[in-house]
Design a protein around this ligand. Sequence first.
Ligand code: 3PG
Length: 208
Amino acid sequence: MTAAPAVLGANRIVPVVVIDGADRAPDLADALTAGGIRCAEITLRTPAGLDAIRATAGRSDFVVGAGTVLTTDQVDAAADAGAQFLVSPGLDDAVIARAAERGIPIVPGVATATEIQRALSHGIHHLKLFPAGLVGGLAAVRAFAGPFPDVKFLPSGGVSVDNAAEYLASPSVFAVSGSWMVPTAAISAGDFDTVRSLSAAATAAIDS
Ligand code: 3PG
């Protein structure tokens, strides 16, 4: 199966978006891009999620994926909407199998060694570490790197502008994700200057 970095390209910060109106999605993608972030995981936590993916899919300057993918039906719906990658908070065998059938990279969530082994049995080496802060943060990444040297993590949950660079300095981390640069209230209010400036700060933090 194709791995997530193949579609994420140079993007090492993946915004986790909860959006309540798909008509906001193009402006959101513009604001992220202006801040140097050319991707997003749009979660299926709201009814607008799928349409927001549809509204941003197909842009040559932006990679859109679906987040909080919990069921095989959601895999199909996200694939049909144009999602280029999928993220789940946990690991579900049927969801992974359907993603493979649809040819879309999926980043399942893991929090334990047992779940990592299960992901490896599917041939998936790129995993969301969730909730990263609560399971030990960078110390957990380092501990898992011992028995699992070929695994690359996407820490998520508690990642911020203050610790993103530290996570990304680990060779076991391929990208970080989080919601800090895409506050739902700002998106709802059409306040895309806030999204742009938080994104620019995030980009500067990992480039410095
Ligand atoms: C999520 O899936 O909600 C992400 O892990 C985002 O977590 P955060 O809101 O702590 O960035």
